[in-house]
Design a protein around this ligand. Sequence first.
Ligand code: ADP
Ligand code: MG
Length: 288
Amino acid sequence: SIPLGYFGGIGAASRNGILFKGGNYLDAMAKVNTVVMDKTGTLTEGVFKVQQVQTQDMDSNEFIALVAALEQKSTHPIAKAVVEYAKEQNQKILDATEVEEISGHGLKGMVNNSQVLAGNIKLLNKFNINTAPELQDIIETIVVVAINGQYAGHITIADQIKSDAQFAIESMREQGVSQTVMLSGDKNSITQKVAKSINIDNAYGDLLPEDKVTHVETLKKDETKIVAFVGDGINDAPVLALSDVGIAMGGMGSDAAIETADVVIQTDQPSKIATAIKISRATKKVVW
Ligand code: ADP
Ligand code: MG
């Protein structure tokens, strides 16, 4: 039979918007000393807004219409921002065909008989397309676009750090977490900037979904590390499954992440990670 303490712990957690999928995860959570987090949607709002559109020589409305046609086929938060912006500019959204989502990179498809690529610099590199060298220096999220094999321009997009992100990291330290790590598919320059501003110990950017798995595998080789991973995306499912405790941000998270996770934070507040650790430790005291 399950000790009463577990019910108390699960109940206390649920009143805080934290869903433990079983008492065994309370035990695992009580031992966590390493917290690995995704950036977008976990520590940042994950709600992007278009800031600027920069084209090589194309009319910017025509450019946005082409990119939005492609992005309309994606559910990525970046894609939503581009479509939203195109609508604000009263652009009619064209139809894209043969659209492929290239995980961790972006999109490829056909719009008005042109081949359009929209994603990060890695995406264009994959297709051997040179971009403008100054793109490397932009410390913001950008969607880089190529039309018919030529770099055509970029869109600057901004996200916001969640208001309780810094407090979340502080609270984890107070709960005895000795290492905080942020992993992101976004540009490394942005990843480092965000990590520094909220005081995260180690941060890695420009990662593909499989690179996140490798990072957690490496951490887990050290047997003294009990690793929690916190993420919200479809791409995060493998790494959620691999970690000692997989935590999903439930409000905006993908169904795949919520299903794979051991713990779901329904309020999307990263500070609830520390709350979950605190509750699990208090429960353990009652149970053992
Ligand atoms: P993360 O959630 O860590 O940012 P993702 O794997 O979701 O990682 O995305 C990694 C990167 O790939 C994004 O930061 C973006 O640069 C690019 N990307 C992915 N999907 C799209 C898309 N639909 N449109 C534009 N860029 C995209
Ligand atoms: Mg993500």
